[in-house]
Design a protein around this ligand. Structure first.
Ligand SMILES: Cc1cc2nc3c(=O)[nH]c(=O)nc-3n(C[C@H](O)[C@H](O)[C@H](O)COP(=O)(O)OP(=O)(O)OC[C@H]3O[C@@H](n4cnc5c(N)ncnc54)[C@H](O)[C@@H]3O)c2cc1C
Length: 500
């Protein structure tokens, strides 16, 4: 039953109540809103977003060349066909999201410029009370909600991660982080050093190389890349045959997911062969004389960190043309004119871009309390990376590392909507996951096994993340192929779900 009453507090402050409150209007939150309208049409809901518009990651990042590193057939929602080249710019992704919002009349549910500061659960009232600050008036506004759907992403949007290096204050040029790219940054004719060699560096460098005097990618250690055409042959062929876009979307998704599953399996079973294949593609762009061993041969096996897709090998073409170069070394200190490396080499720079990653932000910087006690998230155990022991009426979206994030956002949305409907059938006002008697002696482990996946932002923030157990129910499985069957089959009457 919908519960949309507007409550009046003693201080005459208006408190709006919703059945569901969605945190964030990125790809997960907008997807959540869509699924709520389709699967839980009777529920009232609101999406609160701190930024001025939708898009999340694709609004925050405005550096030149910003694009996806996975294909949009699977990064797009399962319900809305993607109809163009697989690797897309942030603008294209936001246009696609705008269509989803427009076509499904979701805009009326979203409040922009609402930064949530606190969320308090009361077991007496069986509801959450949230406080948010409005960007336009600075005023604090209150909401209550029966259920909280956390779509806040995994990193702090306001600022990226920049390590502290000696001498940074001495540097006469400009230091910028791609996450907070200044609109007025003029890199034309300048010497630019990009620190880092992940997807961001690989995107930024080809976008700016032609306009700079020179751009250097400075990395401590190399990264794996995949390269190929920014096109999907089967999609183009089906389009020529005038097959409906809904069909093309589904067929291409299956094809991509199948190929990715094979690639992921092979990178565990025959890592050396996969490594050779990846390196030989790079060699194809850079030629036999290039020092691939030093600059493009990581020490870890493929897929222990995310592998960025480089469309048409553009970053390698930049290197080949001489406009860009790679230096693999360590920073000794910044100087007035650039960066002094441990090898003795000095890199002259007018601008240094620190493409050094994110600050993990697991709960949207929201102060959580459960019945007046601060929530220590790292003390909880995760139920399949979606719910947490001792945290009632809350679900959380965390996507895949090795496959598109949205594949999981769609699956989690189905789970949340089914759970909400089930609570309605049971007339339950509260659901909490709890370890069962048979889980009592279960070994508790860190959120993710570093042997499996170990990017810096996760390693830096592991102590903030919930624990996992050694049973499938109590882990965040990174395998879409298993989860696409397992999540819809979850038994909501299992003892792990405690209703009240
Ligand atoms: C540059 C870059 C490229 C990427 N490319 C890919 C890719 O190609 N494929 C892929 O699968 N993944 C990619 N990722 C990972 C990507 O972040 C996710 O795939 C996806 O966009 C996350 O969507 P989200 O909606 O869950 O979170 P986000 O995009 O992070 O959005 C969360 C939203 O919640 C809001 N929010 C947070 N806290 C609060 C609060 N307290 N109050 C109100 N609002 C709040 C934020 O403002 C934000 O708008 C990329 C990440 C980056 C940074």
């Amino acid at each position: 039953m919908s519960d949309t009453a507007t409550l009046t507090r003693p201080a005459a402050q208006k408190v709006e109540h919703f059945d569901v409150l969605v945190v964030g209007a990125g790809i997960s939150g907008v997807g959540g809103a869509y699924h709520l309208t389709k699967q839980c049409p009777g529920k009232s809901f609101v999406v609160l977003e701190s930024q001025e518009s939708f898009g999340g990651t694709w609004l925050t990042h405005r550096y030149p060349g910003i694009r996806s590193d996975s294909d949009l057939y699977t990064f797009g929602y399962r319900f809305k066909p993607w109809t163009s080249a697989p690797i897309a710019t942030a603008d294209e992704i936001r246009r696609y999201m705008a269509e989803v919002i427009e076509e499904n009349d979701l805009g009326r549910h979203i409040r922009y410029g609402h930064k949530i500061a606190s969320a308090r659960w009361s077991s007496a009232a069986n509801r959450w009370t949230l406080e948010a600050t409005r960007a336009d008036t600075g005023e604090t506004v209150r909401f209550t909600a029966n259920f909280l759907w956390m779509c806040q992403g995994y990193y702090r949007h306001e600022e990226g991660y920049t390590p502290e290096w000696a001498g940074m204050d001495d540097f006469q040029g400009r230091i910028v982080h791609p996450q907070t790219w200044p609109d007025d940054l003029d890199y034309r004719g300048k010497k630019v050093v990009v620190i880092g060699s992940g997807a961001t560096a690989a995107t930024l460098i080809p976008a700016i190389a032609a306009d700079t005097a020179h751009v250097t990618m400075l990395q401590r250690s190399p990264t794996f890349f995949r390269t190929g055409r920014n096109a999907i042959a089967i999609a183009d062929e089906l389009r020529q045959l005038e097959v409906a876009e809904e069909w093309i979307h589904e067929i291409v998704r299956r094809k991509i997911l199948h190929d990715q599953a094979v690639f992921t399996r092979r990178s565990f079973e025959e890592p050396e062969t996969v490594k050779k294949e990846l390196l030989s593609a790079v060699r194809g762009h850079l030629g036999d004389d290039y020092d691939i061993d030093t600059h493009f041969t990581p020490t870890y096996r493929p897929w222990r960190q995310r592998i960025a897709f480089v469309p048409d090998g553009d970053v390698f073409e930049g290197i080949r043309s001489g406009k860009a170069s790679v230096v693999t070394d360590e920073i000794e200190r910044f100087t007035g004119t650039g960066i002094q490396l441990k090898s003795g080499q000095h890199l002259d720079a007018d601008i240094v871009v620190t493409a050094t990653g994110f600050n993990l932000n697991v709960l949207g910087d929201i102060a959580f309390e459960i019945d007046d006690k601060p929530l220590v998230f790292s003390d909880t155990v995760t139920y399949r990376g979606m719910m947490f022991t001792g945290v009632p009426n809350m679900a959380w979206v965390f996507g895949y590392f090795r496959a598109s994030w949205t594949l999981r956002a769609d699956l989690v949305a189905d789970f949340v909507c089914t759970l909400l409907n089930r609570m309605g059938e049971k007339q339950a006002r509260r659901v909490t996951v709890a370890l069962r008697p048979e889980d009592k002696d279960m070994k508790l482990l860190p959120w993710i096994d570093p042997e499996n996946f170990n990017p810096g932002y996760l390693m830096r923030g592991m102590h903030l993340l919930p624990k996992r157990g050694d049973k499938p129910e109590w882990q965040h499985n990174q395998d879409y192929w298993a989860e696409k069957n397992e999540l819809p089959a979850i038994d909501l009457d299992d003892k792990a779900f405690v209703y009240a």
